[in-house]
Design a protein around this ligand. Sequence first.
Ligand SMILES: [Zn+2]
Length: 1003
Amino acid sequence: MLEVYKGLSFDNIDGGVWKQGWRIEVDEKDWNKHNKLKVFVVPHSHNDPGWIKTVEEYYTTQTKHILDNMLSKLPEDPRRKFIWAEISYFAMWWDELEDDDKEKVKRLLRANQLEIVTGGWVMNDEANSHWVSVVHQLTEGHQWLQRNLNYTPLSHWSIDPFGMSLTQPALLKEMGLQNMLIHRIHYSVKKKLALNKNLEFRWRQLWDGKGKTEMFTHMMPFYSYDIPHTCGPDPKICCQFDFKRLPNHGVHCPWRVPPQVITEKKCRRKLLLDQYRKKSKLFKTNVVLVPLGDDFRYDHPSEWEVQYENYQRLFDYMNHNLNLNVKAQFGTLSDYFAALRKEMKVSEFPVLSGDFFTYADRDDHYWSGYYTSRPFYKRMDRVLLSYIRAAESIYGLAYFSKKPGYSWIVDKEVGLEKLISNARQALSLFQHHDGITGTEKDHVVVDYGKRMLSAINSCQRIIQICTHILLNGLEAEVPDKDVNYYNIDDVRHSHNALPEHYQITIGVPELRTKSVVIYNPLTFTRHEVVTFYVSTPFIELTDFKGKRIHCQISPIFEYGSTMSMTKFLLSFVANIPALGLVSYTVNAVLENELPSETVLAKVKIFNHYGDVQAPNGFIPDISPIPNEFTLQNSRVTASFSKIGLLKALKIRKTTVPVHLDFAQYGTRMIHNLESSGAYLFLPDKEDAVPLKIENVGVNVIEGVVLSTVMVQLPYVHHTAVLYNTSGADSLGLEIQNVVDITKTNNFELVMRLSTNINSSDEFFTDLNGFQIIRRKRFKKLPLQANYYPIPTMAYIEDKQTRLTIVTGSPLGCSSLYPGQIEVMLDRRLNQDDNLGLNQGVMDNHPTRHIFRILLEQVTHALRRKITPAGFPSLSAHVASQSLLNPLVRMLRVKDEDVVSKGAYTTVDHEFGVDFSFAYPPTERLHKRKIVYGFGRPSSICRHRVLLQQFPLSHGTVNITGLLALDPSKRLHKSSLSFSLVKNEVDGKGNLPMCPMEMQAFVI
Ligand SMILES: [Zn+2]
């Protein structure tokens, strides 16, 4: 695709009736009785699970009626067909059906009158979503279909997501789907592909040389998926064949020619056939696909009647006139693909690789605003994903441990399965293309937020209970499921507020100790910093064997340079094995008994006049003048400017200037032209304007465990942290920005990193945290077209150096100058951008974004030949894994607990950091039908030295070893959503896994 972009002029020439195309000519003689045009008209209804209304509101007012009508109207004529995509709605409807209606649905499916396309919980967004969440949402739908209808989808239907990711076909292929249809793609790309009849192709992964990953793909050619833009190139004519727009049905044709009822006299079949014929000229075969539907269509019985009856008459009149050489009929999506495959072998279609970002529907309307809109909830999505991973893995560990309580957690009535299932559904729902995208009404995003909050709390509950089961000595009683044994140190009271943390209140002589427990949800050992608030600086920290541990106590700045007298930050390096639980004990000591292992941090305050009252034990170094300074750990030295912002990074002996700054965009305000909104980014200038920052106080903490710089800037509370560990958190500099733009108007805030890296016009961004793709900045395109999604990371490089930014929130980013990376942090827009939402984005909340900035020398391993794919470095991969899956920190509720063990781990060897345990035990544990997913999603650049700290797998996985399974258990491979069970494999042995491969197993 990058090559296509290089060749395109993006000239946007007016093509006439097909504005973004050209005048298509047809010759009737192209068809004869041996070579008929085969037309499949596919009725559909696009149902957003939340957009203008919440999912519940849509269901009761519209969707329920659509599905009810389907049930009564499809059986009236066996020639009628219908397709459905969103299983979230289908499941709601199914639960209300009587048994004989359920049988009716099954009959319609068997008779191929109804097809379930894709079968996901939602039609997921492809820009911001994480691949594991996409797997979750597809699995949620596929498992539902299998359980209730014994049905496996064959074809994928994605008509509304705003740009298409290459990760989607990779996942669908592994789930056994065979065809896909995509729509929202840049109009110039569509035109280019249409000119060469390349709108149908084999979509192949960038790393795939052999074609193993190819998916057969149909790209819709025209502007929209509504009826005026699907029958052929002329919307004025196609609109006359949308019979819902007949007079008195409430909808009209903007081209001012209404439809007419089809009768023998006025059959108008030639008018429509001409459009079908013209459309067929854009494709290689004689089979034409004509979707017939729109948003929430077919909600009234009369619409079913006018559409199905008039079209059936049209088909009859066309088919009976043999001179027309056409066979037109209703069809499902798979009917179309089957007919097409009969005419031409899939292997004869061209191969295409790459993705379809950034989408533009017309002119300079690039949909790159939604990469960042509502970033508070985008961050929440990643938090929920990490909790689901932690909850699922610990749930599986607790079950296999056979410890007291293991059986009730899988009990159908009182167990934890429902909590996990609800959490998965909340995450799945938010993957919808008006969910995580931030393009929904205010009250709808609140609905998603509340569901996600409840899901996070459910996951916390599971982790609390399972931790108790795992650490419980065998002599202890079966846990009381209503008692809370552990508090997770991440308290979320509201769907739109930042989390709060507990404070460990201890002292001498009472309340002397407090135990904390850390859980590592990843499959590799972690040596990373954890922090807790404590009420006194005078503590000693011991591990579960009673050995003292090095720790650091830092003061907490509450406002400006004012420090808390009652609250301190305890930090230490926790060593937690893969999928392990380890406890530590915090003991209060007298001031004069402070052990040498406990070190109080050094405090420096720059640009501050006068005294600062410091808590007992701390002597701050106060300077009235601003200063430049450096912080370092064993890997990196970071230099900061007088205003406390990063200036340079040094690794080994190489120093690279890395200037961090913040800048803003406004929105263009030109009469009759759109301004920025939830979807569109239409900046007012060709460059962001740097924020004016002067005279800020800079607070610095230096210590053995971590060092930090804190500054309060306009709109951003900015913190840079350097961890001193041998783990993933120390590989670069961590940046935490608490962003608050609630008092601005038409304001978009970006963070920029400017370096001397000679990256010319190239940069790399990831797709769904699954793979990395090369991007090129084009001068021929406006700024907003050069913006791309950054779901987990982006990097720039030259022959010597690579700079990677790893993010904990999916956002929008670009590289607008050589050596520079820009990430958008938040946007506040006062107006609608005319794409149907009918409101601006004004519901911003203070939002915490976390980034890790990694500077690396380009070694032999990083240097690869020029390919459209990029590869994360080993450091970037582990930094991202650890950022997205933080260690879970818990406080034991009962201090006098003597029964619980200090640690739990079953994994006796390392699995390799490149290996990802995507989602462990899912439903029906109690029926012993347990399913596991594994993945090695990243092809990683190896690094000789780092490999000792972060060993890679040897390309194999041993499942029984990971889960401490009974080795006699039979293990089968399955499709990625567990719908198709395949051959039996030897679970005891090492199963081979290639880079970028995903595998799922059923036990
Ligand atoms: Zn939609």
